[in-house]
Design a protein around this ligand. Structure first.
Ligand code: DAH
Length: 357
């Protein structure tokens, strides 16, 4: 480009352009500079166009080329600076104008243990000092473990496809309906060592499945914690003492426990265990349906047939077992009226459960 083609003030403007551009610290300033250099009227570009119009035919080509180079350079540089300033503005909107590059970055909310798992851990912690370890079993179970080994007769209604999820292609398999099959599995596995160990005791937390319609107190998937102890001369007094201790550890030293006779095929005798309503203290409220008591567990002394199925001699060994619904206890201790809240993962709810920081 021949410098002499362009007037001196344009050459000055061209020379000052990089500095003027760098001096634009915000979008307003940039817009003003844009107006000065490439605006429609009164800008350096506009003046160059006028010069071009007025130029003689011979000069037009050369002058036009020079003007184009200049205008394109200005346009591109202005555009690049605009993107930079826009990015800076977005950053400001995100971090606020107190953003200080020397400070550590904002820490996003951290996830934490789900309230149901927190409660399961608490239960495990209550029983661990009593010598209970944790056992697990599969959620896809066999009929043998879920029913047969537990002395549940072939014609028991719970075995029906109205209550239990079966697999079309594998008729002997099902989604376990309770954690009690872990009793069968653990007894079978530990039976050969029972003598040297002097007995068996464990807790088995996990998911269970039933064909229930979803409502505030039912879900087709929920959690149970199973417990079992096998030893010598185990009686109801051992069961009562253990569960009274556990409920006091869970609900506080004032917790009161009540045992009612009940029936489960895998225990004899069987019972249901209530605690004095932790919400109203027994005076009657919505949670305890005005009765002052809430049912927490099924329990009993292990049926001889259950021991026999695992090859354990019930003349030598006896035991107790219990099973509790985790959601039910969680609803009570947290005064949550709707079980579905535990499965919806709404952080506003989980936060109130101490489930998030
Ligand atoms: N499996 C029973 C249920 O799901 C609960 C239960 C009752 C477990 C008595 C036990 C027991 O271990 O002894 O309803």
């Amino acid at each position: 480009m021949e410098p002499s083609l362009l007037p001196i003030d344009i050459l000055d403007a061209q020379q000052g352009f990089p500095e003027a551009l760098a001096a634009c610290k915000d979008l307003d300033g940039l817009m003003r500079l844009k107006g000065v250099y490439i605006g429609r009227e009164g800008s350096h570009s506009a003046r160059l166009m006028e010069l071009l119009k007025a130029a003689s035919k011979e000069r037009k080509r050369e002058l036009g080329g020079a003007i184009n180079v200049l205008k394109n350079a200005w346009e591109e540089a202005l555009k690049a600076r605009q993107s930079e300033l826009e990015a800076a503005r977005r950053q400001l909107a995100t971090f606020g104008n107190t953003w200080d590059p020397d400070l550590p970055p904002p820490i996003p909310a951290r996830g934490a243990m789900h309230p149901l798992n927190q409660l399961i851990d608490r239960l495990v912690d209550v029983f661990r000092p009593l010598g209970y370890h944790v056992e697990e079993g599969p959620e896809i179970e066999t009929e043998a473990h879920n029913f047969d080994g537990l002395n549940i007769p072939a014609d028991h209604p719970a075995r029906g496809s109205a209550d239990t999820f079966y697999f079309e292609k594998y008729p002997e398999l099902l989604l376990r309906t309770h954690t009690s099959p872990v009793q069968v599995r653990t007894l079978l596995r530990l039976a050969p060592h029972i003598q040297e160990k002097g007995g068996i005791r464990f807790l088995a937390p996990g998911r269970v499945y039933r064909k229930d319609e979803i409502d505030p107190t039912h879900s087709p998937m929920f959690h149970q914690v199973e417990g079992m102890l096998v030893g010598h001369d185990i009686g109801m007094h051992h069961l009562k003492g253990t569960l009274a201790y556990a409920m006091k550890a869970l609900f506080g030293p004032a917790a009161e426990v009540r045992f009612r006779p009940s029936y489960f095929p895998f225990v004899e005798p069987g019972c249901e265990v209530d605690v004095r309503c932790p919400l109203c203290g027994g005076s009657g409220c919505r949670v305890c349906k005005q009765s002052g008591w809430v049912e927490l567990l099924g329990a009993g002394l292990v049926h001889p047939n259950v021991l026999a199925y695992a090859g354990i001699d019930s003349n030598i060994w006896s035991g107790f077992a219990f099973g509790m619904g985790v959601e039910r206890i969680a609803m009570m201790v947290s005064q949550t009226p709707d079980l579905r809240l535990f499965f919806e993962n709404d952080q506003r709810f989980l936060k109130t459960m101490g489930g998030l920081d």
